[in-house]
Design a binder for this molecule. Structure first.
Ligand SMILES: [Zn+2]
Length: 112
């Protein structure tokens, strides 16, 4: 999974194509489904809430619906471009475990 919570992403398809936003939630892929994400204020869907009491009004609540993670591209925080994500393993000097980082394919900078 190359996209994490709080990443900035660009939408590649659908009604919000070209828009950017912050990732709110990530659902990892399962055997049957792709990884899904929701993005702040994008891909909005409307949920109708029925009134629970007689003198109450029903409500419409807009919320960001999940979409396939493959529909977005990561926005690199370093160069600001939509990019594919590579990986880089950095060996540690003090005998600690090597760490794997995400790397921007455009500017080659490490993405936290
Ligand atoms: Zn970059």
């Amino acid at each position: 999974m190359n996209i994490k919570k709080n990443d900035k992403v660009k939408i590649l398809s659908g009604k919000d194509k070209g828009k950017t936003g912050k990732v709110l939630q990530v659902l990892p892929a399962t055997e049957k489904t792709e990884a899904k994400i929701s993005v702040e204020a994008l891909n909005l869907a409307i949920k109708h809430l029925r009134p629970r009491r007689e003198n109450e009004k029903g409500q419409r609540i807009e919320f960001p619906a999940f979409m396939n993670a493959s529909n977005v591209s990561l926005l690199c925080p370093k160069c600001g471009k939509a990019t594919r994500v590579g990986h880089k393993v950095v060996e540690s000097t003090e005998g600690k475990k090597a760490k794997k980082f995400r790397v921007c394919k455009k500017c080659q900078e490490i993405i936290e």
